[in-house]
Design a protein around this ligand. Sequence first.
Ligand code: MN
Length: 291
Amino acid sequence: MSKKSIDSVIAPPQPHFVGDGFRVHNFFPSAPGMNLQRMDPFLLMDYNSKYKFPPTKQPKGVGVHPHRGFETVTIAYQGKIEHHDSSGGGGVISKGGVQWMTAARGVLHKEFHETEWSKKGGDFQMVQMWVNLPAKNKMDKPNYQAIDHENMTIIDLPDQAGKIELIAGKYGDHIGPAHTFSPIHMMNAKLNADGKAEFNFPADYNTALLMIEGECVVNGAVSIPADHLAVLENDGERFTLSAEEESIVLILSGKPLNEPIAAQGPFVMNTYEEIRQAMKDFQQGKFGQLS
Ligand code: MN
């Protein structure tokens, strides 16, 4: 088995606001060298690096909007996020908790800072990813999975290196709680200073690491600073992380779907005919109701 080398290390791109509550760096598809295919089945990554929101009585966020054809996966590292959707899914996440919303044939949803948290304000840090669905599942029934810290599979690493919080897929023989439609591994590595961890994913799986906190060296060679994304090559299976200081790393690896992508706004389908249909269905109220 050979080593996965580093393809690129991407500094956080200029941030922009999504609604008034999410100040995000878009690592993909928009950063140089990235596109909708490079991290297939992961379509998009918006990263709200740590940012202080002042106290407010009017929670900030993004109001009712539709999605079709994929899943939104939101991880709240600091602050609290409240979500509601037209299929009845909803909840509050914080401290590394995950909202895994399968939009599939269509939902309306809204995403806001939680009301009580908003009144106090404070540091806010989160990641939202869009995970593509296989063509055969794009028109499935919508679903919502709440995965808080207690539901994750926690794996203690040897030599007090830290722990893995497994969200989806596998780490060694351990299995994460999230249901996925294609093979995906997703986890947080929480490493102590000088802690080391090894990872092993098939070479063809698209793989990246986002440095949430701290700084880690990949393969004993390249240091990844906080808030940077390292995209790995598809040249081998194994890589190592060594923490220079206490660190949190989000690790993603997924088997590419290799299907055509037609994307427009909040819809991701396989053809533009299907995009036109999504717009029509949305206009005709077929995504349900949410106020
Ligand atoms: Mn959304």
